[in-house]
Design a protein around this ligand. Structure first.
Ligand code: BEZ
Length: 253
């Protein structure tokens, strides 16, 4: 998730942080609390959390995203770091994360880092892709690769999309008691009625495009559209078949 196009993310995929505001409401930041925004992207939700009076650190491993976040919100504290090995001088009252944790397959390392970053009693509030997320898009990508005879070995799974039971067990095993968890189906209308699906694939499935010879990319995207169209093109717009896991957990002790 390092080669991000932060501008494309901000302009055509703004719904990501739009839905994230609901997750901030679930976090319910309080004035003076120390909060880590893990995978903060371009910093919009970091700003939202700060606007509620919390002392927030925004963290992301994409230098491009952090550069954009710093330019937009110069008064806020943004850091480039890897969630698997992050370390902080002072513990946090809460760790928050929206639309980020599905990028990191080493979920055990991330959960251990989150637990270590929290005060005893501190909370972890997150939403990211859950089991079955973008299943239709993934199937379309797979079929389009097959159609072009491109070897997809090593590409799948592209993301980490756990079920509630799997993720709850992981949290619990690392000292984070799950207070609440839900799987939320979410049909999201994509911004551009013509290019919505290909924009989404370019933005979020960049590692797939990397294995396709440049001269075949357009054809690949056209095949993906063909395979997805029946289920994902409705009322003159492309839709993404999101399924999100949202959790609230508390560090024991
Ligand atoms: C999501 O936000 O659920 C998501 C974003 C990009 C790729 C996969 C899932």
């Amino acid at each position: 998730m390092s080669a991000w196009n932060a501008t494309l993310y901000d302009t055509k995929h703004a719904y990501v942080f739009g839905y994230g505001r609901e997750v901030v409401d679930t976090l319910d930041p309080k004035p003076g609390e120390r909060i880590l925004d893990l995978g903060c992207g371009t910093g919009h939700l970091t700003h939202e959390i700060a606007s509620r009076g919390a002392k927030v650190v925004g963290m992301d491993n994409s230098a491009e995203m952090i550069a954009q976040a710093r330019a937009k919100y110069p008064a806020l504290d943004f850091r480039i770091a890897d969630a698997r090995v992050m370390q902080f001088d002072e513990p946090f009252d809460a760790v928050f994360s929206n639309a980020a944790l599905h990028w990191i397959h080493e979920a055990g390392d991330v959960v251990r880092s989150i637990a270590a970053a929290l005060e005893p009693g501190g909370r972890f509030v997150a939403e990211f892709g859950g089991e079955g997320n973008v299943a239709i898009i993934q199937a379309g990508i797979r079929k389009a690769l097959d159609t072009l005879g491109i070897d997809s070995f090593g590409i799948f799974p592209i993301w980490y999309f756990p079920g509630i039971a799997e993720y709850s067990q992981l949290l619990d095993a690392n000292g984070l008691e799950v207070l609440w968890a839900a799987m939320i189906p979410r049909d999201v209308q994509l911004d551009d009625p013509e290019t919505g699906l290909r924009d989404w694939i370019r933005m979020f499935a960049g590692n797939v495009l990397q294995v396709i010879p440049e001269q075949n990319v357009k054809e690949f995207l056209a095949h993906a559209e063909t395979y997805c169209r029946v289920q994902l093109y409705r009322d003159g717009a492309w839709h993404a078949d999101y399924r999100r896991i949202r959790v609230i957990a508390r560090k024991r002790g």
